[in-house]
Design a binder for this molecule. Sequence first.
Ligand code: HEC
Ligand code: HEC
Ligand code: HEC
Ligand code: HEC
Ligand code: HEC
Ligand code: HEC
Ligand code: HEC
Ligand code: HEC
Length: 261
Amino acid sequence: MGSLWNKSLPKPGREFSWIVLITLVVALMSGCRGGTSVFPLKVFAIPGAQLAGTDQCSACHEDVAQRFKHSEHYRSLAVDEESSQRICESCHGAGSLHADKAAEERPETARFIFRENPDACFTCHLDIRARFSLPYRHPVSQGRVQCSSCHDIHGEKPTRRLWSSGQETCFQCHPEVRGPFVWEHEAVLEGCENCHFPHGSPRRKLLTQDGRNLCLKCHVTSGFPQIGTFNHRAALSATARCVDCHTRIHGSNFSRALLSQ
Ligand code: HEC
Ligand code: HEC
Ligand code: HEC
Ligand code: HEC
Ligand code: HEC
Ligand code: HEC
Ligand code: HEC
Ligand code: HEC
């Protein structure tokens, strides 16, 4: 909030506070995200197609439309009649070609609607686009992973998946990380976010921190390089990374200390 005040302005009096308050309320009501308003909702462009409107979509996709009414997106975006009518097509793209009665007879016209395109999401989620532009990221732009691989978009629950259930999501594609192992690493049981970003990272393997820092935030001891019962003085050369030896970082069936053999 503090950043709203331009330092060169005089300290605001009561009248000025009201102006700021009203501006804020208007900004919030108009869905101001990072300075650009998304309202009225913009329909994601599809060549040759126009807005069909949510009423039309719902007529054929009643189950989806019903579920969607409980979602975070519906709550935040369907704020008035105009936006309610545009909301499906803000993600799926203008649907007139698809919604044409012909869709029932010729399902191939369904192709005119995007099943999923991260660019449609990025029109609003600029911060997430930035994450996916980092050097290491889940390959959504190449279509190998989709936003909906991890997020329940039409879901009744808030679309943000908590990591506890998110872990199950991760295991679908990374089964080798799933235990049970004879020797688990407690940090992994607590959650992948202890060490990985979900979207993108400046560091390899989507890691949240570099080298030893990643481990030492939890394993730091006053007697370093003594870690636990083992003195690492001989083990830790200037360049040695913890994972050079503790390679079975997600758990091991052979080594209590998660070593390679
Ligand atoms: C006249 C009925 C009808 C209307 C209106 C309609 N659809 Fe569809 N839709 C279909 C049919 C039929 C299919 C293809 C068969 C299926 O997967 O159910 C389909 C498929 C889809 C798909 C899946 C596409 C894919 O590649 O798997 C999406 C997304 C979709 N529709 C969204 C919408 C949206 C958004 C609207 C409103 C703009 C809309 N539909 C309006 C009948 C309709
Ligand atoms: C926030 C973006 C977003 C909005 C808003 C949205 N959808 Fe979707 N929809 C998606 C994504 C992503 C998928 C593909 C992943 C999936 O199946 O969950 C999808 C899939 C679909 C499908 C095909 C799969 C299925 O579940 O049957 C239909 C039909 C559909 N949407 C209809 C609609 C309708 C109708 C609305 C409006 C009431 C709507 N969508 C609003 C993002 C959205
Ligand atoms: C028209 C703008 C718009 C579009 C398009 C859009 N979103 Fe959102 N999204 C929002 C708003 C507004 C929220 C409410 C919470 C917030 O402000 O972050 C939200 C919330 C979310 C959340 C939950 C965040 C939280 O804090 O709980 C996820 C996940 C999400 N969107 C994913 C997607 C995906 C995936 C797509 C594309 C299929 C998409 N969104 C398309 C505007 C949009
Ligand atoms: C590999 C799984 C995965 C994929 C793929 C993914 N997300 Fe997420 N996303 C997450 C997780 C996990 C969180 C929760 C992060 C947290 O709470 O710390 C999250 C959080 C979010 C949020 C809430 C804001 C935030 O930064 O916490 C938004 C918005 C969002 N994702 C949008 C998207 C969009 C848009 C896409 C596709 C372009 C996408 N996500 C793809 C896992 C994923
Ligand atoms: C839909 C499948 C899918 C889901 C779900 C998924 N991932 Fe991934 N993940 C991938 C793909 C594909 C790659 C890229 C692998 C490559 O480039 O060889 C990847 C890469 C990674 C990498 C980097 C690996 C490397 O070799 O650079 C990490 C770490 C990772 N994912 C963690 C997660 C976490 C944590 C979750 C849950 C929040 C998750 N993944 C969910 C498919 C998925
Ligand atoms: C204690 C930190 C930590 C936690 C927690 C963690 N990881 Fe990792 N993970 C790593 C490190 C470090 C690497 C990279 C190892 C290396 O340098 O080769 C890695 C690599 C990966 C890779 C790449 C595969 C490979 O062998 O290179 C995937 C996929 C992955 N992690 C998924 C996950 C998933 C899913 C979770 C949650 C269930 C998770 N990780 C939890 C530290 C962690
Ligand atoms: C979020 C905190 C956290 C992070 C980050 C973390 N660990 Fe752990 N680790 C634990 C906890 C908790 C245990 C189990 C209790 C213990 O032995 O300290 C554990 C256990 C271990 C063990 C087995 C110790 C034993 O006696 O069984 C090794 C080896 C280990 N961690 C190495 C690492 C390495 C290497 C990294 C960095 C890639 C790392 N840890 C990152 C929390 C963490
Ligand atoms: C050159 C190899 C090597 C490197 C590098 C290394 N370790 Fe170890 N670590 C070991 C060995 C060997 C053990 C003892 C195994 C045993 O007790 O059987 C051990 C034991 C541990 C233990 C378990 C201690 C206990 O109480 O039993 C933890 C935790 C640990 N290391 C963390 C780390 C962390 C954090 C780093 C990075 C700062 C690191 N290690 C770097 C080889 C290494």
